[in-house]
Design a protein around this ligand. Structure first.
Ligand SMILES: *[C@@H]1O[C@H](CO)[C@@H](O)[C@H](O)[C@H]1NC(C)=O
Ligand SMILES: *[C@@H]1O[C@H](CO)[C@@H](O)[C@H](O)[C@H]1NC(C)=O
Ligand SMILES: *[C@@H]1O[C@H](CO)[C@@H](O)[C@H](O)[C@H]1NC(C)=O
Ligand SMILES: *[C@@H]1O[C@H](CO)[C@@H](O)[C@H](O)[C@H]1NC(C)=O
Ligand SMILES: *[C@@H]1O[C@H](CO)[C@@H](O)[C@H](O)[C@H]1NC(C)=O
Ligand SMILES: *[C@@H]1O[C@H](CO)[C@@H](O)[C@H](O)[C@H]1NC(C)=O
Ligand SMILES: *[C@@H]1O[C@H](CO)[C@@H](O)[C@H](O)[C@H]1NC(C)=O
Ligand SMILES: *[C@@H]1O[C@H](CO)[C@@H](O)[C@H](O)[C@H]1NC(C)=O
Length: 483
């Protein structure tokens, strides 16, 4: 159950540069306020570009200077917009553009790409392949497929770490373009196709992404692991890093009273589509399905809608918490992590009839989204060290520790990053056990399209004990037959 550490390296460093370990690579994450970036060095000679690190998408790409949305380099200004607004031109050169023609190792293909992101930005382009690395060129560089963004209204490219698109034949997946972690494994730089994400405490500081290893100094064990869920039945490979959420609650403290409001839960009566949750480095905010967003907003009597956006201002939370439950493990986080508290909001709000000058207002960092998926953005990831494992298709989480220390433990191929039960629920701590396996714990829809199931808390408790697993499954099947 516990980590079988094969190679242990303890290195005390201020991780501000690329670190190359035996069987692991660490990259610094640069916090740009609106996005977390890495500085990639692409081509020969290397050209530096800043890319958004995205566990929520699967295609890496760079901006090219011919993008019609980019300003000519001479017109570059000091200010840079996150995205194109009102069709104004963007200063793409701030983050860096890539010129394939200037690289002696770059080769373009005829394969096109087109992506639309959650924030409405789009990219149209063509695939290329080149040497792709980080840090000084000899530290880490390998051949990698990425897109050339010929027409995009995003002012920077993406370093995508999501599950790449694939076809499955005879139970074996073939990836059209492998992601960077897979390429590192191909090159024997890491042993396990896995990476860990750590964000530092301050909202302005960066973090670290560690390939092939976990950094034992940066979380409080145990890591709680859960299976990534696939959206087309238990038999296919997942397409996104979604895990199953069984409850989201807001705990409001008024004086000495606690009001627990469940926005969503899979109780014994629950019979619907699974609620998925995506830990997403590419998302600053937390996204909730529409109905959950509405329930959340309705909990704040004094809410004030912000004009021109889907955001709401509420009285700044002090002791309130939000809890997310994965299987039987829950994590309870301060609601104040999920708001932005800036003075300038007040001027925008003061004209609203509900505005009360004696109160302090914060803007909720939750946004509505279509579909049955919660997107867990930076507020969540800052509290939880998160490990994305493509070899076992599992996500593991543990409360983050904010430290300069590093204790890099490469993860070997057959090692388990499993749960140890019963850690108290407090602050950002997770309580176990939870080894939620959708393939076993849920019954796929007869149409094979979505999981539907009757979720029995009784059955789940049993699942915590492996010897009783078959009993639980039998109970679940019996229930299905009875219905
Ligand atoms: C590509 O680079 C070569 C020399 O390196 C130059 O002759 C050629 O004009 C360039 N092509 C474009 C489209 O910039
Ligand atoms: C590409 O090469 C040309 C010609 O050497 C140069 O003028 C231009 O600045 C280069 N572009 C980049 C992005 O390096
Ligand atoms: C980006 O372009 C797409 C397609 O033209 C458009 O629908 C979208 O609103 C644009 N987004 C932004 C933020 O400009
Ligand atoms: C309500 O939430 C608080 C804070 O997380 C927790 O201590 C308490 O046990 C919860 N009560 C119920 C009934 O869930
Ligand atoms: C489950 O959620 C519903 C609202 O969706 C709520 O009415 C109910 O009290 C919740 N049950 C528990 C056990 O939290
Ligand atoms: C928050 O909790 C502290 C300590 O329990 C308490 O003194 C304070 O009144 C609470 N504040 C609010 C707004 O509930
Ligand atoms: C981390 O490093 C910074 C910069 O070197 C230093 O100021 C800070 O005290 C260190 N923090 C810890 C916890 O060691
Ligand atoms: C299967 O699909 C059909 C047609 O789309 C639909 O009517 C039916 O409700 C689906 N069955 C289940 C169990 O969802």
């Amino acid at each position: 159950m516990n980590h079988q550490v094969v190679a242990l390296l303890t290195i005390i460093v201020v991780a501000s540069s690329v670190q190359v370990y035996d069987n692991a690579i660490s990259l610094p994450l640069n916090n740009h306020g609106n996005y977390l970036g890495v500085t990639a060095r692409i081509g020969t000679p290397p050209q530096s570009v800043e890319l958004l690190v995205d566990t929520g998408s699967e295609v890496s790409w760079v901006v090219i200077p011919e993008n019609p949305h980019c300003l000519a380099p001479a017109d570059s200004k000091t200010e840079r917009d996150f995205v194109l607004r009102d069709n104004r031109l963007m200063d793409c050169h701030k983050t860096g553009v890539f010129v394939c023609n200037n690289s002696s190792t770059c080769s373009k293909t005829k394969e096109n790409l087109f992506i639309t992101y959650g924030d409405t930005t789009t990219v149209e382009g063509v695939y290329a392949s080149d040497t792709f690395g980080f840090g000084s060129s000899d530290e880490l560089s390998l051949r990698y497929d990425f897109g050339l963004g010929t027409n995009t209204n995003s002012s920077f490219g993406v370093f995508a770490l999501g599950i790449p698109s694939h076809t499955v034949k005879n139970g074996k997946a073939t990836y059209t373009h492998k992601n960077f972690a897979m390429r590192l494994k191909d090159e024997d730089i890491i042993e396990r196709v896995l990476f860990s994400v750590w964000m530092n405490e301050e909202q302005t500081t960066g973090g670290e992404i560690l390939f092939g290893a976990v950094d034992r100094a940066k979380y409080i064990p145990p890591l709680v692991s859960m299976k990534v869920v696939s959206d087309d039945g238990a038999h296919s490979l997942p397409r996104r890093f979604d895990v199953v959420l069984s409850d989201i609650s807001i705990n409001k403290f008024t004086g000495s009273k606690v009001g627990n409001h469940s926005l969503f839960n899979m109780t014994e009566e629950y019979d619907g589509e699974l609620m998925k949750a995506l830990p997403d480095t590419g998302s600053k905010l937390t996204y909730l399905p529409l109905s959950l967003f509405d329930s959340l907003i309705s909990l704040f009597d004094e809410r004030i809608p912000l004009s021109g956006s889907k955001k709401f201002a509420v009285e700044c939370p002090v002791n309130d918490t939000v809890s997310f439950k994965f299987g039987t493990s829950s994590v309870n986080l301060p609601l104040r992590d999920f708001v932005s508290d800036r003075k300038h909001h007040h001027s925008k709000l003061s004209t609203h009839p509900k505005y009360d000058a004696s109160k302090r207002y914060c803007v909720l960092g939750f946004m509505p989204k279509d579909g049955q998926e919660v997107v867990l953005g930076h507020a969540f990831l800052r509290r939880l060290y998160t490990v994305f494992d493509l070899d076992t298709m599992q996500i593991s989480m543990a409360p983050a520790v904010y430290t300069n220390r590093s204790e890099v433990q490469p993860v070997t191929l057959h090692e388990h990053l499993d749960t140890v039960p019963d850690v108290p629920i407090d602050g950002a701590q997770l309580s176990g056990p939870a080894m939620l396996d959708p393939a076993q714990d849920f019954i796929a829809d007869t149409n094979g399209s979505f999981y539907r199931h009757r979720y029995s808390s009784r059955a789940l408790n049993l699942i915590a004990r492996p010897s009783l697993l078959t009993v639980a499954a039998a109970v679940a099947i019996a229930m299905l037959i009875v219905l």
